[in-house]
Design a protein around this ligand. Sequence first.
Ligand code: GAR
Length: 205
Amino acid sequence: MTARKRVAVLISGRGSNMTALIEAAKASDYPAEIIGVLSNKPDAAGLQTAAAEGIATAIRSHRDYASREAFDAALHAVLTGWNAEFVCLAGFMRILTPEFTGNWLGRMINIHPSLLPEFRGLHTHDRALKAGAAEHGCTVHFVTPGLDEGPTLTQSRIPVLPGDTAESLQARVLVEEHRLYPLALAELASGRARLVGDEVIHTPR
Ligand code: GAR
């Protein structure tokens, strides 16, 4: 097998998607290894999980930097220090500068809890319910400067059920997130999914 790709994960909190990636990468035939976890929140629970797995962790608090540019430069320095080849955003709740997203274009993906382009931003489950959506789900997309706007790599759809609340919907979508994100990273790291211009090119196995 060719060398596994070096992947860093950016988190801000619980890190359940990060954990799904770490677990998937334990398989010997998985095309990526998780080599570092970086948080902008010192108390992000996911940092403990990663450290317990023997994975390098780092904290760069956005509060310690005078500008978004300075903060993103600090993130970039950590990632390059780890020799990261790809970056996964997993509940990373900061808007990134065009310079940062440009540096990682085609090599950075995000998971978002909606069927993009619907419901960019926050409170997606509540908004899907209020809009009367028949289906909801999650999307893995390449990261570009626009918030939740990059080309879609893959999606998972679930039906909205009668009696669903934002909490019940969130719980079912999260199960899908944990299934979808490792699959998407495998596609990217193996080269079976690539960003070419504004398009995602999929190459069959
Ligand atoms: C996940 O549901 C993720 O899709 C969402 O935050 C949650 C993080 O949970 N991300 C966004 O809303 C980004 N726009 P986790 O920390 O347990 O992975």
